[in-house]
Design a protein around this ligand. Structure first.
Ligand SMILES: Nc1ncnc2c1ncn2[C@@H]1O[C@H](COP(=O)(O)OP(=O)(O)OP(=O)(O)O)[C@@H](O)[C@H]1O
Ligand SMILES: [Mg+2]
Length: 306
């Protein structure tokens, strides 16, 4: 549903996106991961028909955003990184007007606005002008607005920023539900732990270039830190020493050890339990996406292969 091949875009001397290639299938959620300024928003703007690529091809639901922006906008919902809203108009009217802009009848637009107000939890604020909304409430409105025309492709640029923990869980549940209904979703976020739970796969963007599958595979295979917490930290330290396993000095989160993979981690846990250490927590120190992201950033700064 989203196909990007060799896409580039510069602003004067700044090469915001240099070479981006990836696909997102119907019914799947793909994370767009990259540090500040790596080109995520620029890429999303090109997908959303709002910025012309200098090179490469983009297809959204089979349509070209440059040649046929209207067809793309019909198929696609876009939640920008910052919501531009009409400050004096109510939440309800904003959604109704958006529905009318997507050529729904007044009755359809009204019904859809009510559904979305319920869906994103803005019932109590429905008649308020949008300028009174808090940041998190604006994000909710922005998400509702992206969904007005029931798009089959959804672009979410930092959707969780400003949301409280409960709203983040709701967002995740909603994103997964939309995917299960067949929507193709591309979502950017800096909160990688959250993406771990939301996304099926990830596209890593570094200085405007998407990392190749081989590079991602190599980063994923790197050994990583696992965090262990024991009821008695001294007993854990003694057991690790006996097993000749180097460990970081314990802090309030526990002790970190470097482990080559799931199998090695499972063996270590069995040994520690076998040695009578009471383990209360045992798991990767960072999530999958974060581990890969950090390793890719490290190899890029070191001038490693792309
Ligand atoms: N309109 C513009 N004119 C000039 N430079 C721009 C413009 N838009 C983006 N850039 C530059 O392009 C690069 C990529 O910016 P972009 O906003 O796409 O990054 P991002 O990955 O979304 O970052 P963040 O994580 O902070 O949201 C940056 O160096 C930015 O300064
Ligand atoms: Mg951005």
């Amino acid at each position: 549903m989203i196909e990007v091949e060799g896409v580039a875009r510069s602003f004067g001397d700044v090469q915001a996106v240099r070479d981006a290639s990836f696909t997102v299938n119907a019914g799947s959620v793909t994370a767009l991961i990259g540090p500040n300024g790596s080109g995520k928003t620029t890429l999303m703007l090109m997908l959303a028909t709002l910025l012309r690529p200098d090179a490469g091809t983009i297809r959204i639901a089979g349509h070209d955003p440059v040649a046929d922006p209207r067809a793309v906008r019909t198929a696609m919902g876009w939640m920008p990184d910052v919501l531009g809203s009409w400050g004096t108009i109510s939440v309800r009217r904003t959604l109704e007007i958006t529905g009318r802009l997507y050529e729904r009848t007044p009755v359809q637009a009204r019904e859809r606005a009510q559904q979305l107000i319920d869906l994103v939890g803005l019932v109590e604020l429905a008649e308020q002008p949008t300028r009174v909304l808090s940041r998190g409430q604006k994000q909710r409105l922005s998400l509702a607005r992206a969904l007005v025309h029931e798009p089959s492709v959804l672009l979410l640029d930092e959707p969780a920023s400003g949301l409280d923990p409960a709203a983040r869980v709701e967002l995740r549940t909603l994103v997964r539900r939309l995917a299960s209904e067949g929507v193709a979703i591309l979502v950017s976020s800096h909160v990688l732990a959250e993406l771990d739970e939301m996304a099926d796969s990830a596209v890593y963007l570094e200085r405007g270039v998407t990392a190749s599958d081989e590079r991602i595979e190599a980063s994923r295979a790197q050994s990583r830190d696992w965090r262990i917490r024991a009821v008695d930290p001294a007993a854990l330290a003694a057991a690790l020493k006996k097993l000749r396993i180097a460990a970081s000095p314990p802090d309030h989160l526990g002790t970190a050890v470097s482990v080559a993979g799931e199998v090695e981690a499972a063996q270590l846990l069995a040994k520690l339990v076998g040695a009578g250490v009471a383990i209360s927590a045992f798991g990767p120190a960072v999530g999958d996406f974060e581990h890969t992201f950090l390793d890719l950033s490290r190899t890029t700064t070191e001038g490693g292969p792309r």
